[in-house]
Design a protein. Sequence first.
Length: 133
Amino acid sequence: MNAQSLSAPERGLVVLIGIALLATGVVFFASETRSLVPPLASSIVLEDVVVVLPTFRDARKMDLNTASAAELVRLPGIGDVLASRIIAHRGEHGPFTSIDGLLAVSGIGPTVVEAIRDLVIVGEPGERTPDGQ
């Protein structure tokens, strides 16, 4: 089946899907040309296809002294447990004075600190929210 055998609405749908994929940043790379429109009774099988999904990061750095648990879990290597420990550490010991202060949090080692170093900052102690988050 080729593009000429598709009806106008089907070609329009293919174009709209292509635009939607481009707009979302999803890119398909195929090693050879093949039809992406299967016969009605079969499934789509694409060999040698790589799907690239974009990762979007907030351009602003996250402040360790004001970030909520929901924000902290967006950092690489930080899950729900470590986010809770970071917030608990802030509550018990006060605001972080440096990014390396994270090393005092149980479960956080040098590898995690280096992975997030360029994504976080340590704000002024007066910038903390009243609830410590």
